[in-house]
Ligand binder design. Structure first.
Ligand SMILES: C[S@@+](CC[C@H](N)C(=O)[O-])C[C@H]1O[C@@H](n2cnc3c(N)ncnc32)[C@H](O)[C@@H]1O
Length: 269
């Protein structure tokens, strides 16, 4: 009888899912094997869920190798590099919808933060390409993670070519929350995605994070463009998750995104 390992092998063989964290495939696959009548149905349902939480955000396939070659050629030209970053960020729905507000998003939400030496960008997508838009010291240590090994490799090489102090690795936030302390954690438009896979994953992650500042955001509309009441619902959910914690919360509303800068009482070691 096929089991979870077979399901992981079948899914990881498909080009669309081959780079996804096996931890996440295992988490989703186990549930679908229990819930579905057959192995085939479980594979199909698990692929659907993986598409929903990751694949659906890619606007088109990105040739990461080619993009890095282009970057290497223009790396000394600041204007060209910014144009390159904007072009790449347009290929992932999440950064794409932030582009119209990019100039103000980080300038506003991160204004006045002091003593930031280490940043974690969790479920980063292509957001590390916005690093130059963030009002942070040039030598900040920038640690990015996501569930896609190829995307994470690209981000790692991007940071390297740019001479930025940083690294990137694969991390499934549901089964493997970060343990390293940071001054600032970026958790942008991701908590609802985690809840789609496992109810309670968002507050559990919030419990695990160790940082002085958390920048947490929510989309103001769905991938399909619906926006009625979405931001209000997310805000109510967020306030329920953080209720009872000794956190100071500042709220920022943008046309496409609702953001909260949380100041916790934790110091970064
Ligand atoms: C809505 S996008 C946000 C991307 C980025 N934070 C931004 O705001 O541009 C959600 C991201 O979460 C990642 N993701 C989905 N499930 C995840 C999980 N269990 N652990 C870590 N990342 C996950 C996806 O690959 C995707 O990059």
């Amino acid at each position: 009888m096929p089991d979870l390992n077979d399901l992981i092998i079948v899914i990881a063989k498909s080009p669309k899912y081959q780079h996804i964290s096996p931890d996440l495939i295992r988490q989703i696959g186990a549930r679908e094997l229990m819930a579905r009548r057959s192995f085939k149905e479980a594979v199909k349902a698990a692929k659907n869920k993986l598409h929903q939480v990751g694949g659906a955000y890619f606007e088109s396939r990105i040739d990461f190798e080619e993009a890095l070659k282009q970057l290497a050629e223009i790396v000394d030209d600041e204007t060209a590099v910014r144009a390159w970053c904007l072009d790449l960020m347009r290929r992932h729905a999440s950064t794409k919808e932030r582009l119209p507000i990019l100039d103000e998003f980080y300038a506003t939400t991160l204004a006045g933060l002091t003593g930031v030496c280490r940043v974690l960008d969790l479920a980063c997508g292509l957001n590390p390409l916005a690093r130059s838009w963030m009002p942070l010291p040039a030598d900040v240590e920038y640690i990015a993670s996501d569930i896609y090994a190829d995307l994470v490799g690209f981000v790692r090489d991007f940071l390297g070519v740019m001479g930025m102090n940083g690294r990137a690795h694969v991390r499934d936030l549901i089964t493997n929350p970060p343990t390293e302390p940071a001054d600032l954690i970026l958790l942008l438009k991701t908590l609802p995605v985690l809840e789609q896979v496992k109810k309670g994953a968002a507050p559990r992650l919030l419990d695990a994070l160790k940082a002085r500042y958390l920048l947490i955001s929510f989309p103001a509309r769905s991938l399909g463009g619906r926006q009625k009441g979405m931001a209000q619902n997310y805000e109510a959910q967020f306030r329920a998750w953080v209720g009872g914690r000794p956190w100071r919360i500042q709220r920022f509303e943008f046309p496409t995104e609702l953001a909260f800068l949380v100041t916790t009482s934790q110091a970064c070691d």
